[in-house]
Design a protein around this ligand. Structure first.
Ligand SMILES: NC(=O)c1ccc[n+]([C@@H]2O[C@H](COP(=O)([O-])OP(=O)(O)OC[C@H]3O[C@@H](n4cnc5c(N)ncnc54)[C@H](O)[C@@H]3O)[C@@H](O)[C@H]2O)c1
Ligand SMILES: [Zn+2]
Length: 407
């Protein structure tokens, strides 16, 4: 038996935020990040709509990018004081993910972070509040997913919380919110979405319900991401839908080791002054992982289907040629989006440069631990090929030096 779970309601299209007016409840807590929602007037709009619905509204502000365990605990405390019956999280993946984890702690104040991370092991939520997510970036699709990514900074590791209990009740996918994204954010979140769709399509948990969402998202992202990056607002709006479709797919088909590696490298070099931003990490690792996974016959065939659907290779060519075309296409996308091909060339500002912020020596010193952690990541189980620690180390080295994956 398999399960396919999505939010009960999904409001999409320009002006979809107005749906907030129809919510029923007494108290709504809006959770937001560092200020973009306020600056562009979306926060005020949300407050007004919820007040129109007759609710008392409180705003929880200042959730940082890549939110920490401490932020989650603090936010849960604020929820315990205010007792909301609606949690409305607005912004990118960071505030929405943090709010999901706060929600768990609000419903179960005694739960530890460790308990939250037990995959598909959460107790029943919605005894105190329902959850609405309004996304302002076009990538994570956390508005429709069963995931929340929280960083333990003491360990330098991102932990995915995974359970259909945290799939939001309502998702609002209003493209107006995505129109204010700076270019770099468009690039990173867009490649995150591409990675979600491709990993979901080749995941061992893919099925007839997830495939159409994944493959159509890939086609849309192929058509719209670079255009959106270059300022085409119709393409920007389409990307907001595309990333959500990819999210519906991966929330149910799960992901693969591109994400395992991104989760375990993202904050691993924070002491050298920067993060490897989630979407950029995915964009760099995806072509390498495709080459590695393509040694599995089922994955090879499915990458071939992706290339066929993208129309980037002769349909009669062997699957191995189609995989090469797919890898070349994704690398070209990275070039068009100003994303480096490897960690060695990843600058502290995320742009390509000769010598990036992660020194070779430090990378090699930490390589073994990162490989072990990546294998232990919740996304590894559904990858089409299970790497050994040694293979994971080799793969990560290819991601550092941008060398060919031939194993
Ligand atoms: N839950 C999931 O299923 C899932 C999936 C993938 C990634 N993630 C996680 O999500 C996080 C990344 O989220 P993200 O990529 O959406 O970025 P983010 O939420 O970290 O936001 C990045 C920056 O962009 C700004 N911003 C957001 N929307 C904006 C807009 N419309 N206009 C202008 N500025 C805006 C924010 O203020 C912030 O400074 C990571 O922690 C990642 O691990 C979660
Ligand atoms: Zn992702």
């Amino acid at each position: 038996m398999a399960r396919f779970t999505l939010p009960r309601d999904l409001y999409h299209g320009k002006g979809a935020m107005e749906a907030l007016k129809t919510f029923q409840g007494k108290r709504a807590m809006i959770c937001v990040g560092g200020g973009s929602m306020k600056k562009f007037g979306f926060l005020d709009k949300a407050i007004a709509y919820l007040q129109e619905a007759g609710m008392e509204v409180k705003v929880y502000e200042g959730i940082e990018p890549d939110p920490s365990v401490e932020t989650v605990m603090k936010g849960a405390q604020a929820m315990l004081e205010f007792q909301p019956d609606w949690i409305v999280a607005m912004g990118g993946g960071s505030p929405i993910d943090a709010a999901k984890a706060m929600w768990i702690k609000y419903e179960y104040p005694d739960i530890t972070f460790e308990d939250m991370c037990k995959v598909f092991g959460l107790p029943q939520l919605r005894k105190k509040a329902k959850f609405c997510a309004i996304s302002s970036t076009s990538g994570t699709a956390t508005e429709v997913t069963a995931f929340s990514i929280i960083t333990d900074y003491a360990k330098g590791i991102k932990y995915p919380i995974a359970d259909f209990e945290i799939t939001p009740d309502v998702a609002i996918v209003d493209p107006e919110l995505a129109e204010t994204m700076p270019k770099k954010l468009v690039a990173h979140t867009g490649m995150d979405a591409m990675t979600h769709a491709i990993e979901a399509y080749v995941s061992t948990a893919n099925c007839n319900y997830t495939d159409p969402l994944a493959i159509f998202a890939i086609k849309m992202i192929e058509a719209d991401l670079v255009k959106s990056y270059n300022g085409d607002m119709a393409a920007r709006d389409a990307m907001h839908d595309a990333q959500c479709l990819a999210g519906m797919a991966f929330s149910n088909a799960l992901l693969g080791i591109v994400h395992s590696m991104a989760h375990k490298t993202g904050a691993a070099f924070a002491d050298y002054g920067a993060h490897i931003i989630h979407g950029a990490a995915n964009a760099m690792y995806l072509p390498k992982v495709i080459a590695f996974n393509a040694k599995d016959p089922t994955a090879l065939k499915r990458y071939g289907q992706i290339a066929d659907y993208m129309e980037i290779c002769d349909k009669n060519a062997p699957d191995t040629e189609k995989v090469k075309a797919l890898i070349a296409y994704l690398r070209k996308m990275n070039d068009d989006l100003n994303i480096p091909h490897c960690i060695k060339n990843y600058g502290a500002d995320s742009y390509p440069c000769e010598q990036g912020f992660v020194p070779e020596k430090v990378f090699l010193e930490r390589l073994h631990d990162i490989a072990v952690n990546a294998i232990g990541d919740a996304c590894t189980g559904s990858n089409p090929r299970q790497p050994s620690v040694e293979e994971m180390e080799k793969l990560l080295k290819c991601c550092y030096y941008d060398t060919e994956v031939d194993f």
